[in-house]
Design a protein around this ligand. Structure first.
Ligand code: GAR
Length: 218
């Protein structure tokens, strides 16, 4: 059974999609053992509580400095001893120590087709504002492994979504969630739970320019 810790910052609709998929059999061999939020009032924490999942807030301003916050965040994750850490709308840069410790076991959902509209400053609604401002006709979502960069880790899955005439950032965000995020994130977790996806090389220095970076049957 794959033990998952989910890190969230907000509404938690992606968390809900994972919970629903576990409950309706779309994800098998996996359970969410804990949800951690950096915001005490994140609705995602309520979603967790409603489903009997342990929930914890680790809030930066309650710690004397960034290092103390980072250590508390890592301790909160470690305490659940997860096999997989899922960033589901977690808007905090992960401590390097955590990335090293959980390399190949942290995935993130991003609401665009990476490498478009990603990196520093591209999160949440801002991603869709940028896509509309650029006038792209297709956008989408990406699930990727997390490395030291922002949205730079190996890509696991992507799904394209049409941009329509008259879209607002909110309308586009909702379509990307419904048609892409809530589909590919549970799908990737199910594949990981069945051993079909894994990071084939464990350290960035071992990357080569040839061949695929992650392997598995997918
Ligand atoms: C989602 O659209 C997710 O892809 C995005 O934040 C939203 C969280 O919504 N994440 C990022 O932008 C990360 N760079 P949710 O809390 O309802 O799942």
């Amino acid at each position: 059974m794959l033990k998952i810790v989910t890190l969230v910052s907000g509404g938690g609709t992606n968390l809900q999609a994972i919970i629903d998929a576990i409950e309706n059999g779309g994800i098998k061999n996996a359970q969410i053992v804990k949800v951690i939020s950096n915001k005490a009032d994140a609705y995602a924490l309520e979603r967790a509580a409603k489903h009997g999942i342990a929930a914890q807030a680790v809030v930066k301003k309650e710690f004397p400095d960034r290092e103390a916050f980072n250590d508390a965040l890592i301790a909160a994750v470690d305490e659940a001893a997860p096999d997989l850490v899922v960033l589901a709308g977690f808007l905090v840069v992960l401590p390097v120590k955590m990335i090293e410790k959980y390399r190949g076991r942290i995935i993130n959902i991003h609401p665009s087709l990476i490498p478009s509209f990603c990196g520093n400053g591209f999160y949440g609604l801002k991603v869709h504002e940028a896509a509309l401002a650029r006038g792209v006709k297709v956008t989408g979502a990406t699930v990727h492994f997390v490395d030291e960069g922002t949205d730079t880790g190996p890509i696991i899955a992507q799904k394209a979504v049409e941009v329509k005439e008259g879209d607002t950032p909110e309308i586009l965000q909702r379509r990307v969630m419904e048609q892409a995020e809530w589909v590919i994130l549970p799908g990737v977790i199910n594949d990981i739970a069945h051993g079909r996806i894994k990071l084939s090389r464990s350290h960035p220095e071992e990357r080569s320019d040839e061949g695929s970076y992650y392997g598995g049957e997918k």
